[in-house]
Write a protein that binds this ligand. Structure first.
Ligand SMILES: NC(=O)c1ccc[n+]([C@@H]2O[C@H](COP(=O)([O-])OP(=O)(O)OC[C@H]3O[C@@H](n4cnc5c(N)ncnc54)[C@H](OP(=O)(O)O)[C@@H]3O)[C@@H](O)[C@H]2O)c1
Length: 227
């Protein structure tokens, strides 16, 4: 089945990068925003950048969710709860993919520190906030938005996917593989997201020391055809 991907926060750094790359690969993308006009402008930017008739449109968040089979949430940690509450009644049969990293920077702290959450992770917090019937995955935490948006280079990163629904994971794996340079890795159940989210703080620390913006991770030792 062809997926229709809504990217909530698709006007922002990570969300726009994902929307751009998926549109470039020919996927149908709905950019979501709290402001419909802002979403439409971002969709137009994707079309202008790709110089093509990309299958991308801009909608208010709830409208985007209600039309999508996969909903990727790419908003700051400080906005995650509010955004999930605002969209949860519009998810229908969609898979929810949470990208949130609970960095202390979301509340004025250090970007190299991760906040401790009662639920264990931002993904577990998302799990609590959407209907039990909605499959929840977490992914893309360790991927640089800058690497996605720079179309003259190929991103170089494994995408650690956490979640408890095998079918949903297969669907997301196929979407990850649409983007050159990305390899999906099954990182285990959703509770593993706690560790994956914290790796982002480590990468930010590496970025600072090496004066780059796009360090990523690769898992070694797997068979060549491993997923
Ligand atoms: N940037 C990266 O390289 C990167 C990499 C991996 C993971 N992440 C994670 O991905 C998520 C998004 O990161 P980002 O850097 O793309 O964020 P961002 O650019 O700061 O914001 C993304 C979008 O979130 C929406 N949003 C909704 N509620 C908001 C609020 N209360 N305040 C501000 N924005 C709000 C905004 O869209 P509208 O105004 O259009 O609604 C905004 O464009 C974060 O949780 C981050 O930890 C980021």
């Amino acid at each position: 089945m062809n997926q229709r991907i809504a990217v909530i926060g698709g006007t922002g750094d990570l969300g726009f990068g994902l929307a751009l790359r998926w549109a470039q690969a020919g996927a149908e993308v709905l950019i979501g925003s709290r402001d419909e006009k802002k979403a439409q402008d971002a969709a137009q930017r994707v079309k202008d950048t790709l110089n093509s008739a990309a299958l991308v449109s801009g909608l208010e968040n709830t409208q985007a969710c209600s039309q999508a089979s996969v909903v990727v949430v790419a908003v700051p940690f400080s906005a995650q709860v509010g955004i999930l509450k605002s969209i949860r009644d519009f998810l229908k049969d969609a898979i929810l993919v949470d990208t949130t990293v609970p960095l202390a920077a979301s509340f004025g702290g250090k970007a190299t520190r991760v906040l401790g959450l009662w639920q264990g992770s931002a993904a577990a917090q998302a799990r609590e906030l959407v209907p039990p019937s909605t499959p929840v995955l977490s992914a893309f935490h360790n991927l640089s938005a800058e690497a996605l948006q720079n179309l003259s280079a190929t991103p170089d990163c494994d995408i650690l996917v956490c979640g408890d629904d095998k079918l949903a994971k297969q669907t997301l794996f196929s979407l990850v593989k649409l983007i050159p340079g990305l390899r999906p890795i099954d990182a285990g159940p959703l509770e593993m997201s706690r560790i994956v989210e914290s790796i982002t703080a480590l990468l930010i620390s590496v970025n600072m020391r090496y004066r780059v913006h796009h360090s990523g991770i690769r898992i070694t030792g797997l068979k060549p055809d491993a997923e």
